[in-house]
Design a protein around this ligand. Structure first.
Ligand code: MG
Ligand code: MG
Length: 257
């Protein structure tokens, strides 16, 4: 069963999405050498609670924090901690979720710490571009894997433009979202178009490609959360929560403008 939202419900989801967007903007601004991922987490929790929302990650299957902070070879689900102090040249992905009035928002950004290798910046740019291509591919009446295909195609285009191969992480992907953070359907970041659930107005999806500079293979660390690349190559992760409307995709976690 895929949850279909009314326009009013999507407006409520937009309010949750704005809490996430504002929090991520605050965090991106706070990222600098010398800041620990625990400090970023404290800022995030304060920002979310000040908005009258609840950090959805905190306590999710026992996750101990309000954001996932994944540095360098960490792909997703990094646990913020005081020992992880950012240094010049790091690449951090910050994933954030909030619940407002029962509705979820979920988004992630990748941020450069100080001056970063141009190759890492290109990796992040390729990932963001793949996410945007996925969002652009959403059509009411289309199929779920039209999005997957668009994400993969954009990654391959970025490879050609950058003269480099990227690993498309296959162990994780996007998902339905609404009254829960992770709902059906699962959305792979690669594959043939024209398959899977038919896209309908009122659906909401989190679109979140993860790319690496090397192998796409990942493993979970013994902390039970942190996902790293098996070859130690750096990774990037971008995510937006997007609704399908009659007017096209509505990026619910976009910053206000
Ligand atoms: Mg997320
Ligand atoms: Mg997500």
């Amino acid at each position: 069963m895929i949850e279909i939202k009314t326009r009013t419900e999507l407006e409520a989801m937009r309010a949750a999405g704005l809490v996430v967007a504002r929090t991520l903007a605050l965090l991106a601004d706070a990222v600098r050498p010398g800041v620990s991922t625990a400090q970023l987490d404290e800022l995030a929790e304060q920002s979310i609670r000040d908005a009258g929302a609840v950090p959805s990650f905190k306590g999710y299957h026992g996750f101990p924090a309000s954001i996932c902070a994944s540095v360098n070879e960490q792909v997703v689900h990094g646990i913020p901690n005081h020992g992880q102090v950012l240094v010049d040249g790091d690449l951090i992905s910050i994933d954030c979720g909030a619940i407002l009035d029962g509705w979820h928002g979920d988004a992630a950004v990748t941020v450069a710490v100080g001056s970063v290798d141009p190759i890492d910046l290109a990796l992040s740019e390729a990932t963001r571009r793949s996410m945007l291509a996925g969002i652009d591919a959403i059509r009411p009446g289309g199929r779920l894997t039209d999005i997957s295909h668009a994400v993969e195609t954009a990654t391959r285009e970025a490879e050609r433009d950058h003269g480099r191969r990227y690993g498309i992480v296959k162990d994780y992907g996007g998902h339905g979202i609404g009254r829960a953070m992770h709902m059906e359907p699962f959305l792979p970041n690669y594959g043939k178009p024209g398959r899977g659930t038919r896209l309908r107005v009122g659906m909401a999806l989190a679109i979140e490609p993860m790319l690496t500079l090397g192998s796409p293979r990942t493993q979970e660390l013994s902390d039970g959360w942190t996902v790293v690349t098996t070859d130690g190559s750096r990774a990037a992760h971008w995510e937006h929560t997007v609704a399908i409307t009659d007017d096209g995709p509505w990026v619910l976690t976009a910053p206000p403008d």
